[in-house]
Each structure stands twice: as structure tokens, then as C-alpha cells.
Ligand binder design. Structure first.
Ligand code: CO
Length: 427
């Protein structure tokens, strides 16, 4: 095989060099026909080619004789700039000229690429600028060019998106390089930088470059009362599968029945708060008894999860009075109510529970449900992926409160946002 490729290479070079020698083409056709057994061919070297005639006699020809370059080599005068931005994007710009005695003027050479280290892919223009805003991008480019060299003005009549072919991400902004066949020739290559700030929404990678906060996704806090139970782990499985968190409002006297489950919840990023020790109606208790219901449960949560719960709890039945509120305040606790109640304790039907949540939950809602029945788990198998599909992030109650209300205020009651009474969203 080696000899076959060698002959083909010789033939190819001969054509390139413009000297097609009879020897070379004959030998190429003969060796590819396989008329000479490979075993009797001597070693091929770079200096000789071996030929055979029909009698099998071998002859050799010095290849060097046809190896002479027929023309003078051209010259490349090229520069390259490399970029590594935001520890993510790498890119390069290359520009320069190829010149040769046979070419009247040097030929401009220009090339560029930007790669995303995270994906390993090359970025196209559509991933860097919003192509629906190409006109704005070109206006910015025209202004930058005029500031750089006023003599480009007559050339700007032909500005179009092709002028955005060679762009890279620089630290300051988008760097755009134009070859001298677009702009006035004697300017040479022209590069301008348009700042990311000036580009504004034309530029698509502000967040990736760390220049802007990512847009906030609307958030909903799912809360589950009266556990832990055998259903708590099923809810965690669903949250884990779809990527979401929730708040588990647990009864202190049930915690020891389900070792490990609350620790798992916390390790997944969900939170566990108290819902009293034994589901007593706190409004019928004195301050000491209320204190006991709250603190005893918090201690049990801390023992189960390894960390103290956030200073917020959910009163059984959502019932509070001034004594419950003032006792909570004294203990440093806030109260967690809700804005969406699918009444899963009453409707033990996954479809009804699902519809009740989906028709009422909005950005900022706190949903109350119960991780003590299979119908609620079945509803959550659809609610959780549906809400995420609609663009919601499922956060803990503490996270939702921190965003919508700011720092937790002891004694305050947080219930989340709701649609006006009687209205439903269009799900
Ligand atoms: Co309850």
C-alpha cells in the first residue's frame, strides 16, 4: 500500500508543479495495476522512484529532478490576537496579507472565531448578537467607524451584516475587524470596539460575561404540612427528579418515626420548619405552652437534620391570635401562612388538587399541601413538572419571603401572593 500512495503523491506533485513527466505517470499506472509483486520492490526512498517494464525489469529515476519548485514562494505577513474572556470564551483574530510577485497587490487575509469552553462549540453571530437588532448593531458600528476614521463615511452606504463577520469578545466590548477591501484601502485593517454597555440588548451574553444578573424566574413555594410520613420521601423523589425545593412543616412528635428523611430534604436544598409538636390549636394555649410547642419541635428538627430550622413556623390550622403572634415575636419566630390552598385534605383526588393549584398559583404564591396522602403525591407528580415547564422555580418559603418581603421580621405573618378573589389564571 505504501508504494501505491507514494506513486499517487508523486503524480499529484508533478501535476502541481506543472511538469508531468512520462516516467512518473507510467510508473503510477503500473504500480497501481499491481504488475510487480510487492516483495521484489526494493525499499522506497524519498530520492528515487522505481519503475518496471513489462518484463519485470526495474529501473529508477531520480525524483529530485522534478521536485524543483517552479515558482517563487509567496510571503505571509500575519498577526493574531487571542482572547480568553470570563474564563469561558476563547477566540482569535487573525489579519494580514499574502503577497507574491505575480499578484499586483497584497491579498488581505482575515479570520476569526469565538469558542465557548463550556460547550466546546464555536459561537455563531446569532449567539452573540440579537439578529433582530442587526440594524442597531450596524448603527453602532457605523458610529464607531466614523469616530475612528471619518474618511470611511462614503463607504458606509454598503454597510450590512457581512461587516459583522469578524467579531470577538474583548474585555471592553465587541471587537469588530474589517478587511481593507471593505473600508478605504489605505486605512488597512480597521478594528473598532463597541462597549457592551453601548450594545445593551443587542448583545446576548451580558449574563454569561458577569455583566448583568440573570433574569429572575418567577417563584412559587410549595409547602407540605403534617409530616413527616411515608409520603415525604416520594415528594422528595419528585423534587429531585425535576429540580425544585419545598418547605416541609413537620410535627415534632412524628419526626422520630421517619429517621433520615428530613436530613435528606435539607441536604437537597429544601427546608424543614415546625408545625407544632402535636398539631394543637395554639390559640387555646397559654404562652408557656405555645413556647413549648415551637421550641421543642425546633430542637427535634435540629437533631434530625443537623441544623437549626429557619426562625419561622406554621401554626396548626393557620390559627393565630395576639398571644400566638406575640409569643412568636418574643421567640424570634415569624409565622408562615399561604396564598393557595388546593384543599388536598378535603379533595383526595389528584386531578382536583392539580387543577386547584395550577389555576391559582402565581409568581410569589405559597401553596399549602400535605405530605400525608397518596392523592397529594399523585398530584405533585404533575404539579411539579408543570410549574417548572411554565418557567417557575420552586423555592423554599424562606427564599420566597427573602425576595418578596426582605428580611424575616419576628411576629410577622407571611402568606405569599395570590390572584384577586374569584379570578383564575388561564391554565
Ligand atoms: Co396541619
Amino acid at each position: 500500500m505504501r508504494s501505491k500512495f507514494f506513486w499517487l503523491a508523486v503524480l499529484g506533485f508533478s501535476i502541481l508543479a506543472g511538469i508531468i513527466s512520462c516516467v512518473a505517470s507510467d510508473s503510477a499506472s503500473q504500480s497501481s495495476s499491481g504488475s510487480v509483486p510487492a516483495a521484489i520492490l526494493p525499499d522506497i526512498t524519498d530520492d528515487y522512484e522505481y519503475n518496471s517494464d513489462e518484463t519485470g525489469n526495474l529501473s529508477s529515476t531520480v525524483v529530485e529532478e522534478i521536485d524543483e519548485p517552479p515558482v517563487e514562494p509567496g510571503e505571509l505577513d500575519i498577526q493574531t490576537e487571542n482572547f480568553f474572556i470570563a474564563e469561558r470564551y476563547v477566540g482569535f483574530l487573525t489579519w494580514g496579507y499574502f503577497s507574491h510577485p505575480s499578484v499586483a497587490a497584497p491579498v488581505p487575509i482575515i479570520d476569526s472565531s469565538v469558542y465557548d469552553s463550556y460547550t466546546g462549540e464555536e459561537l455563531g453571530l446569532t449567539q452573540i448578537i440579537d439578529t433582530e437588532m442587526t440594524d442597531q448593531a450596524l448603527t453602532l458600528l457605523a458610529n464607531a467607524l466614523l469616530a475612528y476614521a471619518p474618511e470611511v463615511e462614503p463607504f458606509l452606504y454598503s454597510i450590512d451584516k457581512d461587516w459583522l463577520t469578524h467579531i470577538v469578545l474583548d474585555t471592553e466590548g465587541l471587537k469588530i475587524l474589517l478587511a481593507p477591501d471593505i473600508t478605504p484601502w489605505d486605512l488597512g485593517f480597521v478594528s473598532v470596539i463597541i462597549s457592551y454597555e453601548d450594545l445593551d440588548d443587542v448583545f446576548l451574553l451580558h449574563v454569561e460575561l458577569g455583566l448583568r444578573e440573570p433574569p429572575r424566574l418567577p417563584m412559587i413555594a410549595l409547602t407540605f404540612d403534617d409530616g413527616p410520613s411515608i409520603y415525604t420521601g416520594m415528594i422528595l423523589d419528585i423534587l429531585e427528579a425535576h429540580g425544585g425545593n419545598a418547605t416541609f412543616c413537620v410535627l415534632g412528635n412524628r419526626i422520630h418515626y421517619h429517621p433520615g428523611i428530613l436530613r435528606r430534604a435539607v441536604e437537597m436544598g429544601s427546608e424543614v420548619i415546625g408545625h407544632s409538636w402535636d398539631h394543637s390549636n395554639l390559640t387555646r394555649l397559654n404562652a408557656n405552652a405555645i413556647t413549648n410547642q415551637i421550641t421543642r419541635t425546633s430542637t427535634a428538627i435540629e437533631e434530625a437534620t443537623g441544623q437549626a430550622p429557619p426562625p419561622i413556623f406554621r401554626a396548626p390550622y393557620g390559627l393565630t391570635n395576639t398571644r400566638v403572634v406575640s409569643t412568636s415575636r418574643d421567640l424570634g419566630y415569624a409565622l408562615l401562612h399561604w396564598s393557595v390552598d388546593p384543599q388536598d385534605w378535603y379533595h383526595r383526588d389528584a386531578d382536583v388538587i392539580y387543577n386547584n393549584i395550577m389555576s391559582r398559583a402565581i409568581d410569589g404564591s405559597i401553596v399549602v399541601a400535605h405530605d400525608i396522602r397518596i392523592s397529594t403525591v399523585e398530584a405533585m407528580e404533575r404539579v411539579i413538572p408543570s410549574l417548572i415547564e411554565e418557567g417557575f422555580q420552586l423555592v423554599t418559603a424562606s427564599e420566597l419571603i427573602a425576595y418578596f418581603y426582605g428580611e424575616l421580621e419576628p411576629g410577622d405573618i407571611y402568606q405569599g401572593l395570590r390572584l384577586p378573589w374569584g379570578s383564575y389564571n388561564g391554565r
